[in-house]
Design a protein around this ligand. Sequence first.
Ligand SMILES: [Zn+2]
Ligand SMILES: [Zn+2]
Length: 278
Amino acid sequence: MRPLPALARTLAAAARGFASSARGFADLAWPPRCLACGRDLREEEGPHLCDPCAEGVPRIQPPTCAWCGSPLGAFLPVRAPCDGCPSERPAYRLARAAARYAGPVRALVLAAKYAREPAACEPLGRLLAEALALPPAPALDALVPVPLHRWTRLRRGYDQAERVAEAAGGALGVPVAHGSLVRVRRTAPQAGLEAGERLRNVAGAFRVRRKSAVAGLRLLLVDDVLTTGATASACAEALLAAGAAWVGVGATARAVLRVRGTARTEESEDMADEPATP
Ligand SMILES: [Zn+2]
Ligand SMILES: [Zn+2]
């Protein structure tokens, strides 16, 4: 017996609709792509990076410079400042970065900051936690995300440093001091400014909102990319003035300041495509 043509068409259309909405739902419910390169993840990979990207993370191994977090090379003694350091000592006591700003890490940072992909903060936070656990691991009471201005946060819908801090803090068992530090004025984008201009740009831009949340504590500022450290230093000044006992900075990536017209390192080339935002 042949089915009624109208009924068959209705059933076929319903089946097509179901299949396409199921596919759409699957994309939403289980992003099956690598957050760094976009390739489909195999079942045994992930949850965030494909195997080649996970293996290609340009991790920074100790010894590193305590002022700027740059790798010093296996045979150099631990010392600071290093050749690439800013001329003035930053207000924080230790800078540690998980990786160079290159390859899959650069892709994750760009996804977190500019492609509205907050899921990219999770692998970045875990990477930072691994770097902070390397000896000598600093003793920490709380993590303090370098805050965005509230308008920038509103536009982006989330604060990537806060998400990175949450992921790192979760892995380390260290709490995040939410909202203790705020950005009280909007600043011009740091990208494209030279070291001295960067310092002036962020001077006085941060304020501690609740002194009781930071006084007497050992704190680690968390940021995505550390370049000259000017922003972190301005944050550290505010925290120390509010009574913090010790302030360090932990970043997912270490970049080198791009000097106009010259490419000092491979990282400085990478910074060329960094969109300008505060
Ligand atoms: Zn990948
Ligand atoms: Zn250095």
